[in-house]
Design a protein around this ligand. Structure first.
Ligand code: PGA
Length: 281
């Protein structure tokens, strides 16, 4: 039997920063200026090696940084995203920000289900699913975060947990929507602790998530979805993590607050052999 022709697709690396509750507008604008001057002085990888870049900033910085980012000169391009949003469009929900409000300031990227939201603001798999569906309904690009706590890892529950979080979060997502999803594997015990997950193990768990997508959808779809690693990614451990075949980029907290360390991690991506991410469809 003749095989169907195969096309090679690449999962373009994505380096995302999560600023959490840090920085004023002025500090955020300085950060983007520092990235722009690094680009001018030739510190950025050549255009063909440049990963996709995104920064998830506090709500109060969104409008100013989105405007500033739109003025950056090619090939430097940085998407500005929100760290959370409410799934409903409007309502008597004091303190919440809706997808419509994000659209209104031109923001189309959003983090969904970060472990700090799950841990401190009681977000459940059901809320995460509702937010993910809302993101797609508003044509936004979500990054879904999944990951186990230390207790869950020590009890041997990591694989089942990330598979379950992935399944529950993606309920009701069409294959077209799932195809464009970005998932960040972020072990909770590695976030903000300086205890990075071993590169081999991070790679293995990203593979478990991909396998779960394959069983929820199909192999070819799963092979195209970008899966990032997050949790104490730093300039000195990023090259090893990013070289892993299942890891398509990073979600960086602390080390994304400083333009120089963010830039070093971006440069580490360019060392990733392009073929590693190639997949035959
Ligand atoms: P960290 O945070 O890099 O500071 O560990 C990662 C995250 O919370 O996304």
């Amino acid at each position: 039997m003749t095989q169907a022709p195969t096309a090679t697709r690449h999962r373009r690396p994505l380096i995302a920063g999560n600023w959490k509750m840090y920085k004023t507008r002025e500090e955020g604008l300085h950060f983007l200026e520092a990235l722009a001057s690094a680009a001018v002085s030739g510190q950025w990888p050549a255009a063909e090696f440049l990963p996709e870049l995104a920064l998830f900033v506090p709500f109060t910085l969104l409008e100013a940084l989105h405007k500033k980012a739109s003025e950056l000169k090619a090939p430097l391009s940085v998407a500005i995203g929100a760290q959370n949003m409410e799934s409903r469009v409007e309502g008597a929900l004091t303190g919440e920000i809706s997808p419509r409000m994000l659209e209104d300031v031109g923001v189309s990227w959003v983090l969904i289900g970060h472990s700090e939201r799950r841990q401190y603001y009681n977000e459940t798999d059901a809320t995460v699913n509702a937010k993910l569906l809302a993101a797609y309904a508003h044509e936004m690009q979500p990054i879904l975060c999944v990951g186990e706590t230390l207790a869950q890892r020590e009890a041997g529950g990591t694989d089942a947990l990330v598979a379950e979080q992935t399944q529950k979060a993606t309920q009701g997502l069409s294959p077209e929507q799932a195809l464009s999803l970005v998932i960040a594997y972020e072990p909770v015990w590695a976030i903000g602790t300086g205890k990075v997950c071993d590169a081999d193990e991070a790679n293995r768990v990203c593979g478990v998530i991909r396998q779960q997508l394959a069983s929820l959808y199909d192999e070819s779809l799963a092979a195209q979805v970008r899966i990032l690693y997050g949790g104490s990614v730093k300039p000195d451990n990023s090259a090893e993590l990013l070289a892993q075949p299942e890891i398509d980029g990073a979600l960086i907290g602390g080390a994304s607050l400083d333009p120089a360390s963010y830039l070093t991690i971006v440069q580490a991506t360019s060392a990733k052999p392009a073929t590693l991410n190639a997949c035959s469809l």
